[in-house]
Design a protein around this ligand. Structure first.
Ligand SMILES: Nc1ncnc2c1ncn2[C@@H]1O[C@H](COP(=O)(O)OP(=O)(O)O)[C@@H](O)[C@H]1O
Ligand SMILES: O=P(O)(O)OC[C@H]1O[C@](O)(COP(=O)(O)O)[C@@H](O)[C@@H]1O
Ligand SMILES: [Mg+2]
Length: 543
């Protein structure tokens, strides 16, 4: 049964949904739009259409060929249905041959009913709906298709890891290699060493299932990584020179921006080269996806540091344990580690501005907590309170090679400020221990649940590239694996929304002050300016 008809998208839905509003805004720019008929399944040769492209693409192939690479591929259906689709070879290479998927003959999969994903399957971005809600934005479901656009022996795949380390990088590499080899019979796979610049400045390393067999048990990346060094022209020249036709790029927001530029250059040159991104971010700051791989590992490992801080703090009089965790712009690790631990009395994240002195400030809270409980634990994300630190330490203004702003050390600064406050006011003798486990957390191998997640991400990427999709990031959306266009994961950053219930749960579990200005709470002025942003959502990721 269909939901009742809704007004067409362009006339607005009145849902007040910001993401929907964003799509409507995007429609002002040139987009690839067409009402789709999802019931047809006809391909050229009597097979179901690969990825339903017969249904979704504009009817004239000529139209497709003239699309600018950066144009978005948005398809509308009935009842407010919107598909934010990913590019496909047929967008710019209309007459490519297709082949039956070798998985059909794979004994491991022969028992599976309906192993192939239905060509029309898509996954909704939002699963909470009201009776009159439009069906909303969807992403193409990941998974194997019946027809593929490569013969196994013709595939030459490469894998590159970029940006900071994250638990699970080696697992993704391993599963890309094993997925390509065991599912699709691919023999030629190489690793690009040392991040993007490795394409043109380093040798490649051969990757086989045997070589990668044990690497998931190690932290880091066997390929090495780097920041900076992205040069789309040089990278694509190199891809072309080597005859590589599948490029798997593992990395965070910066890396996916770089992958998008590589895809656009490849498309301009009309190359049959698939570009697939696998999102990596220990900070969990990539939009759209449920969670990034390595995040659970990081939260788990953070418990060890928090436990140590707690043991130290509770063993002495007026003990304070301060733990710094990663999170440049997004405080997810700190928030989840705090919620999981129950030993934390205060969690400070970049999204929630705080202040030290006066009524409702951090010092007042610490004093109260020590008087009430004799000890306390503070977790601080590395990006928290940067504007406060900048008041006393001259910011260097420096950026890393990728253009990420270098942060001031909030953990050390905060520890000194707390010590200074209690010493100078002769209030009470405190005993503060500062623990910075950040790189230790990042450098460990992934835990079991992340390993399974990495496997599915890698296999989804392989299925997508083999099926002719390109210019996509693979990601989990509402528990389903999907293909997401690059622009959706690079235009904004995922952040903790401090007016969401999750942050309220945290505040209630720690009992810490909200640090919201008194103007909001009592109508009186606070010692500091009120926070600039109370509602922080999906801030534009500007570098
Ligand atoms: N806007 C961008 N355009 C192209 N390449 C980028 C961009 N931002 C970052 N990169 C490249 O992506 C790689 C990793 O980026 P970085 O920000 O260090 O890590 P992450 O991908 O984890 O966010 C680097 O090689 C960097 O040069
Ligand atoms: O010292 P490095 O290597 O620049 O890494 C530090 C940064 O890496 C991160 O872990 C994640 O960064 P990316 O996801 O951008 O790689 C941040 O939390 C942290 O600020
Ligand atoms: Mg990043």
């Amino acid at each position: 049964m269909h939901p009742p008809p809704l007004p067409p998208l362009s006339t607005g839905t009145g849902s007040g949904d910001p993401q929907r509003a964003a799509v409507e805004a995007e429609q002002d720019s040139p987009t690839w739009r067409q009402l789709s008929d999802f019931s047809a399944t006809v391909g050229g040769k009597g097979f179901p259409s690969p990825a339903s492209y017969a249904n979704l693409r504009p009817r004239s192939v000529g139209d497709m060929a003239t699309l600018a690479p950066s144009e978005k591929k948005i398809v509308e259906g009935e009842f407010g249905y919107v598909l934010e689709d990913v590019p496909h070879f047929t967008d710019y290479l209309p007459d490519l041959p297709t082949y039956s998927n070798p998985l059909q003959d794979n004994p491991a999969y022969s028992v599976v009913n309906q192993y192939f994903v239905n060509a029309d399957d898509t996954v909704p971005e939002k699963v909470v709906a009201q009776k009159s809600s439009p069906r909303g934005i969807h992403f193409r479901r990941a998974g194997p298709r019946q027809r593929v656009y490569f013969e196994s022996e013709d595939v030459y795949a490469c894998i590159v890891t970029c940006g900071g380390l994250c638990p699970g990088l080696n697992t993704v590499i391993r599963e890309l290699v094993c997925g390509l080899s065991y599912m699709y019979g691919v023999k030629k796979i190489v690793g690009i060493q040392g991040g993007y610049r490795g394409f043109y400045a380093r040798n490649t390393m051969p990757l086989t299932p045997k070589i990668v067999n044990d690497i998931h048990k190690r932290g880091g990346t066997v390929l090495g990584t780097s920041r900076g060094g992205h040069d789309a022209m040089k990278i694509v020249d190199n891809i072309q020179d080597r005859g590589i036709n599948q490029v798997y790029i593992i990395g965070g927001d910066g890396t996916q921006k770089g992958a998008s530029l590589i895809f656009e250059e490849i498309r301009k040159r009309n190359l049959q080269v698939a570009v697939a991104g696998i999102p990596k971010t220990i900070d969990n700051d990539i939009m759209v996806i449920d969670k990034s791989f390595g995040f659970d590992t990081a939260v788990e490992e953070a418990q060890r540091a928090i436990n140590a801080a707690h043991v130290e703090a509770e063993s002495v009089e007026n003990g304070i344990g301060v733990v710094k965790l990663m999170g440049r712009h997004s405080g997810f690790i700190a928030m989840y580690a705090t919620l999981a631990s129950r030993d934390v009395d205060c969690c400070l994240i970049p999204e929630s501005p705080f202040y030290l002195e006066g009524k409702g400030g951090l010092f007042e809270y610490i004093e109260k907590r020590l008087k009430d409980n004799g000890h306390m634990v503070i977790v601080v994300a590395e990006g928290a309170g940067q504007e406060l630190v900048a008041e006393s330490i001259q910011p260097t203004g420096h950026e890393d090679a990728s253009g990420n702003k270098l942060l001031l050390d909030i953990g050390l600064w905060l520890s000194q400020k707390i010590k200074g406050y209690f010493t100078s006011n002769q209030k009470m003798a405190i005993n503060l221990k500062y623990i910075d486990p950040t790189y230790m957390i990042r450098a460990i191998p992934s835990i079991a649940s992340d390993n399974v997640y990495c496997t599915l991400l890698a296999q989804s990427a392989v299925h997508g590239a083999m099926a002719g999709y390109t210019g996509f990031t693979t990601g989990l959306v509402n528990g389903r694996h999907t293909y997401i266009p690059f622009h959706r994961v690079t235009q904004k950053r995922n952040k903790v929304v401090i007016t969401d219930r999750m942050w309220a749960r945290l505040l209630s579990s720690t009992n810490q002050p909200s640090f919201l200005s008194a103007e909001y709470i009592e109508g009186i002025k606070t010692p500091r300016e009120p926070p600039k942003k109370v509602y922080v959502e999906n801030e534009l990721a500007s570098k």
